[in-house]
Ligand binder design. Structure first.
Ligand code: CP
Length: 323
């Protein structure tokens, strides 16, 4: 498919875009049709990333601002590149380099950006619910790039896309998510979406890293790694946030790896062809052994690439819905 055909074909599909809300705050309220539509659009967008001329006109005249109150490599850069690949105007603000450092409130910062003609604000914030608060106070669309321990919807969407590329389906797959579930917005968004798409999701962590509310999501919660990995076709590691050790939730990262680490030995319990995923950044030797991370079944690099395609799709869909 040429890029001209790709552009025409994407432009033709506008009916479903209108079914999206102004903002993408989480996957809790996104239905299967919407999730699959984002992934289908990303599939077309991915051609552009692979092409020698990474420029298409879909975001011409649109302005996307990334507003990050926490560190990021993958999410922030992929939104910025996604915007540039589609000819949009990209700008970034980090909390330390802005008037936030002088005490400006989130709402005031949002309204200031809104007045500058911004079409989409992509925000990461340490507080759960911050993206929702911003969305209610600005005209621009808001995409949640991670809010506290709540959700990280674009990460989960790129995870689903990567699983679909390699397994062809999600329904009835056994997917084990192992790591710091308690503090993980990635785990929450994945569970909401994967259970909606029909996967059997197992969440596994030491007892201190499992939040009480996860029982209600439809996932199976366990502290037994064997139960989680037994026959799993996809195994997703989550970052063990080293700062959590200080709060007494983990005795040591070495001990964590001994009982919950994903390595050649523990992965013998999973399906022999089980794919390995991780949202990144990875603590090598803690949640994942280095040779597993770099091994033939690791999809971690694919996740990064698909992250750009998913973010291109979302920027495109949310700017189209306002036309
Ligand atoms: N997975 C993820 O959100 O990575 P970054 O923190 O680098 O954006």
């Amino acid at each position: 498919m040429s890029l001209t055909v790709l552009t025409a074909c994407i432009y033709a599909e506008s009916e479903l875009e209108m079914k999206f809300e102004k903002d993408l705050l989480g996957l809790k309220n996104l239905n299967e049709e919407q999730i699959l539509y984002v992934i289908d659009t990303a599939r077309k967008m991915k051609m552009l990333i692979d092409s020698p001329n990474k420029k298409s006109p879909q975001l011409q005249g649109k302005t996307i601002i990334t507003l990050f109150y926490e560190n990021s490599t993958r999410t922030r850069m992929s939104f910025e590149l996604a915007t540039k690949y589609m000819s949009g105007n990209a700008a970034n603000i980090s909390a330390s380099g802005s008037s936030v450092a002088k005490g400006e409130t989130l709402i005031d910062t949002g309204k200031t950006l809104d007045m500058m003609g911004t079409d989409i604000i992509v925000m990461r914030h340490p507080c759960s619910g911050a993206a929702d608060l911003l969305a209610k106070n600005v005209r621009a669309s808001v995409i949640n790039a991670g809010d506290g321990m709540n959700e990280h919807p674009t990460q989960a969407l790129l995870d689903f896309y990567t699983i679909l590329e390699h397994k062809g389906h999600i329904r009835d797959l056994k997917i084990a998510i192992v790591g710091d579930i308690k503090h993980s917005r990635v785990a929450r968004s994945n569970v909401y979406g994967l259970t909606r798409l029909g996967a059997k999701v197992f969440l596994c962590a030491p007892k201190t890293l499992i939040p009480p509310d996860m029982e209600k999501t439809g996932a199976i919660i366990t502290t037994n790694l064997k139960e989680a990995l037994d026959g799993a076709e996809v195994v997703m590691g989550l970052r063990i946030q080293k700062e959590r050790q200080n709060s007494g939730l983990l005795s040591s990262v070495r001990e964590y790896h001994k009982f919950f680490g994903l390595n050649e030995q523990s992965l013998k319990m999973a399906d022999k062809d089980a794919y390995i995923m991780h949202p990144g950044p990875v603590n090598r030797g803690v949640e994942l052994a280095s040779n597993v991370m770099d091994g033939p079944l690791s999809l971690i690099n694919e996740q990064v690439k698909n992250g750009v395609a998913i973010r291109m799709a979302l920027l495109y869909i949310l700017t189209r819905r306002s036309i």
